[in-house]
Design a protein around this ligand. Structure first.
Ligand SMILES: NC(=O)c1ccc[n+]([C@@H]2O[C@H](COP(=O)([O-])OP(=O)(O)OC[C@H]3O[C@@H](n4cnc5c(N)ncnc54)[C@H](OP(=O)(O)O)[C@@H]3O)[C@@H](O)[C@H]2O)c1
Length: 287
């Protein structure tokens, strides 16, 4: 039976992995799903899948989250295809295996995991405020291993095949409570969630290490299990004043001290404003 109040739900990085599982589950609830990705053929497959699962009028918006120019174009396209955005799921993520510098002269995971969602939040802010959007940020419990070095991390000068992922997820989490404070009065609610350790292609390696990793991943939980805590948060509508929370799967947890240093968080915010080419007036009142 069709959902009587279908919502428009944007899911980034929905061409595979957890994002695709989240999109599928929310489509089955009858919502209009707007997928984002960068691979046209994987995107077309995911689009057919959500349509088959019951999403009315689903859409696919293609852009590359590792390029700020492409993110700006993507935000514009999202505005065009979404008269309103009831839910926005920041899911796209990258676990880099080697240092790669993108179009903006910045390390790729720094842009995909931190700067691109930060920029999207700003570019789409009028739509989010208008729709009183529920924003869900897919984070990672490994944020706790992140080490913020604002001088070296943006260009990957401190690149490390494990720590860079942790640091870039940590940076995203440091800005999340500030978005929550910025948006509280307008009814936009943002929370973050670690989905669990899930069997996807994230961080896949080549060679012997890759073979070993694939074997280990067989023991990890499925994409549908990873989608569950994300979907639960999507369907939960907290008071805006309670937003800015972090969930480890289904359980709310306080953020670890590494993510809550107000002085560092303020510098992270200001740096992201500058690197994303946003006006310095875009700071939250509490920053
Ligand atoms: N799997 C886990 O155990 C785990 C644990 C904790 C947190 N997470 C988080 O969960 C989220 C989803 O991860 P996953 O495991 O599902 O990973 P995944 O299977 O690798 O999927 C990642 C998604 O992000 C997209 N993406 C990556 N780089 C992009 C770019 N430059 N532009 C546009 N899209 C891009 C991918 O699209 P392409 O196919 O085009 O690359 C894909 O759709 C991530 O934020 C991750 O940090 C995962």
């Amino acid at each position: 039976m069709p959902n009587e109040s279908p919502e428009t739900i944007v899911v980034t990085g929905a061409t595979r992995g957890i994002g695709r599982g989240v999109a599928r589950a929310l489509a089955a609830q009858g919502h209009r799903i707007v997928l984002t990705g960068r691979d046209p053929s994987a995107g077309a497959e995911a689009l057919a899948e959500v349509r088959a699962a019951g999403s009315p009028d689903p859409a696919l918006v293609l852009f590359d989250m590792s390029s700020l120019r492409s993110v700006r174009e993507g935000a514009q396209k999202l505005v065009e295809v979404c008269p309103r955005i009831d839910v926005f799921v920041h899911n796209a993520g990258l676990w880099p295996t080697r240092r790669e510098i993108g179009d903006d002269g910045l390390e790729r995971a720094f842009v995909v995991n931190h700067l691109a969602p930060f920029l999207l939040n700003h570019l789409l802010e009028p739509q989010l405020v208008k729709s009183r959007t529920r924003v869900v940020q897919v984070s990672a419990g490994l944020y706790i291993k992140g080490v913020v070095d604002l001088e070296r991390t943006p260009k990957g000068e401190d690149f490390h095949a494990i720590r860079t992922y942790c640091t870039t997820k940590l940076l995203g989490l440091m800005t999340m409570p500030r978005f929550a404070a910025k948006w509280a009065a307008s009814g936009v609610c943002v929370d973050a969630v670690h989905p669990g350790v899930i069997r996807t292609n994230l961080g896949d390696r080549t060679g012997a290490l890759g073979v070993l990793l694939r074997l280990v991943k067989r023991l990890w939980r499925t994409v549908d299990q990873g989608a569950e805590p994300v979907v639960r948060l999507v369907n939960e509508r907290p008071e805006p004043a309670k937003a800015g929370r972090y969930f480890h799967e289904l359980v709310e947890q306080p953020l670890a001290p590494v993510a809550t240093n107000a002085e560092v968080a303020s510098r992270v915010w200001d740096q992201a404003v500058a690197l994303a080419g946003l006006e310095s007036t875009q700071r939250p009142a509490s920053a």
